[in-house]
Design a protein around this ligand. Structure first.
Ligand code: GDP
Length: 298
């Protein structure tokens, strides 16, 4: 189900409610059941949907609702607020500090848009006047280094990496790159990593080793906004191997479902900081819960 379909399903359920003669606990239950069905079909995790239903029910005062002029609006607002709570873990966003080298490590599965987003974030800081460098420690995917090289050159951002002509140790490349940029007093050092390995366990071991090697100030989990129910397991797996501090959801320009983003927040207890809205280097927008949920509900 695409985002605006979710909104129209919820709106239809609310419209049906207004036809009910008496709005009692049974009518609210039936409405919430319908809304929860729509949320589940939008790939929001079962446990979170259950939590939302409980919280919405708790927040609605039936007596007040009975005398309220706009019953639909009261319930709609309660659902809206709960969805906002689900995409906002209430944690302060990590911010780089001036006068030091801030190391940002990116993690995420191949194809999620990690390399593209590394360059987007580097361009974002570069534009704001931070001395920014990119390290390509994705030694697994053949084209990753060329992609970083081309995009960085276009955006005038220095990069560090090696062509994968032979077996290259990603931990060594990451550590060398970070060391070089630190020595040159770079303020933002972004480290791109591999998204997939021969075995998943090897990938997570590699993430642990790179993290130990570069000692990041912030780990960004990059997740494709279209992956839906797979988001929960994916976010959990990365959270177990590295200390995720921020999330970026990519491909929000397409028919993205909102559920994955909500699952990623719940699994990592980390805030979404940006959303990717296209393939271009400047297609990166600051995330804000309320506009995101408004868009979700159409
Ligand atoms: P990686 O394997 O995770 O490093 O993924 P890439 O950065 O190579 O991206 C995979 C594909 O997704 C590429 O074709 C990117 O152009 C595309 N992509 C990345 N971010 C976005 C986005 O926000 N919107 C759209 N439409 N495409 C994106």
């Amino acid at each position: 189900m695409v985002l605006n379909e979710l909104g129209s399903r919820i709106n239809t359920a609310l419209q049906n409610l207004s036809k009910e003669a008496a709005i009692d606990s049974k009518a609210v239950d039936a409405l919430l059941m319908e809304i929860c069905k729509a949320l589940l079909e939008s790939d929001i995790n079962v446990k979170l949907v259950h939590q939302l239903r409980t919280n919405v029910k708790k927040s609605i005062d039936l007596d007040q609702l009975a005398s309220s002029a706009n019953k639909r609006r009261v319930i709609q607002n309660a659902v809206f607020e709960e969805l906002c709570n689900l995409v906002d873990p209430g944690v302060e966003q990590w911010k780089p500090k001036k006068g030091k080298s801030n190391v940002i490590m990116f993690v995420g599965l191949q194809g999620n848009g990690k390399t593209t987003t590394c360059t987007k974030l580097a361009a974002h800081y570069h534009r704001k006047g931070w001395k920014t460098g990119l390290v390509c420690a994705d030694t697994f995917r053949a084209g990753a280094f060329d992609q970083i090289r081309q995009n960085s050159s276009k955006a005038h951002i220095p990069y560090y990496g090696r062509q994968v002509y032979s077996e290259v140790d990603p931990v060594k490349v990451a550590s060398e790159g970070v060391k070089k940029f630190k020595k040159d007093k770079y303020e933002i050092i972004i480290v791109d990593t591999s998204g997939r390995h021969k075995q998943e366990t090897e990938l997570f071991k590699e993430m642990e080793e790179i993290s130990a090697g570069v000692n990041p100030d912030n780990v960004v989990f990059v997740m494709d906004g279209t992956i839906g129910q797979a988001a929960d397991a994916q976010a959990r797996a990365f959270k177990e191997s590295v200390d995720i501090g921020s999330i970026i959801i990519t491909k929000m320009d397409g028919h993205a479902k909102g559920g994955g983003a909500i699952s990623a927040v719940a699994a990592t207890k980390s805030p979404i900081v940006f959303i990717g809205t296209g393939e271009h280097i400047y297609d990166l927008e600051r995330f804000a819960p309320r506009p995101f949920v408004s868009k979700m509900l159409g």
